[in-house]
Design a protein around this ligand. Sequence first.
Ligand SMILES: Nc1ncnc2c1ncn2[C@@H]1O[C@H](COP(=O)(O)OP(=O)(O)OP(=O)(O)O)[C@@H](O)[C@H]1O
Ligand SMILES: CCCC(=O)O
Length: 353
Amino acid sequence: MKILAINPGSTSTKIAVYENEKRLFVKTFYHSIETLSPFPTINSQYEFRKELILAELKKEDVLFLFDAVVGRGGLLKPIPSGVYEVNETMLKDLRNASMQHASNLGGLLAEDISRSIPGCKAYIADPVVVDELEDVARISGLPMLPRVSIFHALNHKAVGRKYARSINKNYEKMNLVIAHLGGGISVAAHRCGRVIDVNNALNGSGPFSPERAGTLSARALAELCFSGKYSLQEIDKMICGKGGVMAHLGTTDMPAVIKKINDGDANAELIVDAMIYTVAKEIGSMCVSLRGNVDAIILTGGIAYNSYCVDRLIGQIDFLAPIHIFPGEDEMEALAFNALEALQGNIVCKVYN
Ligand SMILES: Nc1ncnc2c1ncn2[C@@H]1O[C@H](COP(=O)(O)OP(=O)(O)OP(=O)(O)O)[C@@H](O)[C@H]1O
Ligand SMILES: CCCC(=O)O
């Protein structure tokens, strides 16, 4: 079985081709701010990203050989974890998503490319809107603003399963707290294979991150909104894109920030320590969601490569449960393996409606 996986990110498009479980090639196209600035919306980047992918596949001579094309899915309606065959309802919701997110292009590109290949399936797997919250975790202090599950579901699930396999256990029988530490940060309580609580990593809840503001004072934010100084778009950017470390230090490049700290920048040190402190508190809170019954805490995402951040974080949470580090992310492999399982009939595809 040959599978094409597509993962559109805010500043990159990653593609990978798999023959069953073997990766044949992977390619990351980085998109500079200058390249993307002519596009007013994420959806308007569609043709640009599609042409890049098709040109690469032609170069590799694999264009018409796929059994499935699988894309990272976007801001759909909340859905259970799993693999979904792309259908008309999904395409419509991806085109009209209420928020911009690069992963909205994943399902659209998968369907478009698969259409010209006879018998080829189009899938998405574990999109950012995977929702397995317990009822109590949905309720906020305002009925009209319930808590919402938006997080790095694909990598959370892949890393949870990988850790369980590494100790010959079943992910569905374990209790894990997983923290994805990337440009955005999500911390989730996984109880027996279900994410019963997680911060909304996109929309201002939980820890602050390299580019997101995390939980803010509601009243102070309301005052900012009504100050007349900012548009909704500008406030949106403060919450997601230009918040967090970016707002304090003008960069999301954590290795560069750590270098500043090593060169004696006390303010950079304070900001990174503060970010780590918010992550540690969120991890503690997810341990409470699991009533202290936690088999392991797993740290993943780009920042998990960095010993400064990881050591400080561990220093604050090591009394809670054993900690394991899975740096980076496994999203391409997770997409391809999910598609392979669906093609082979080992899992039943879910229907989006
Ligand atoms: N070796 C490293 N040491 C420290 N930080 C790193 C390292 N590599 C990447 N990062 C930081 O991790 C963040 C990006 O992480 P990652 O690549 O997991 O996320 P992303 O795909 O950009 O965003 P997200 O994870 O929110 O989808 C950036 O802030 C980057 O500076
Ligand atoms: C929260 C979902 C993925 C991301 O944009 O960081």
